[in-house]
Unconditional design. Structure first.
Length: 83
């Protein structure tokens, strides 16, 4: 991804994030079916607020989106890179 390195299953404080790019302070979360209910969505929202409050950018995608529209996902990630 344009020379950026991503770590998988990276620990940040009490959280384990799916993918993390340190140079961009960017977190990528891939959400499966377990995230598609009101309780999980609220928990994810609070988690995002905490991480963003620490200075991270957080992007979330449904797993299905990665398989069905990978180009869109990759573009959305690249669009978050600092110029």
């Amino acid at each position: 991804m344009e020379g950026r390195k991503f770590r998988r299953q990276h620990s940040i404080n009490n959280f384990i994030v799916d993918f993390y790019c340190a140079s961009e302070m960017l977190i990528i979360e891939l959400d499966g079916q377990v995230h598609l209910n009101a309780l999980a969505e609220e928990k994810d929202r609070k988690r995002n607020e905490i991480l963003e409050g620490m200075g991270f950018k957080v992007l979330r995608f449904e797993n299905k989106m990665v398989f069905e529209n990978l180009e869109y996902v990759l573009r959305a990630i690249k669009d978050k890179f600092r110029v």
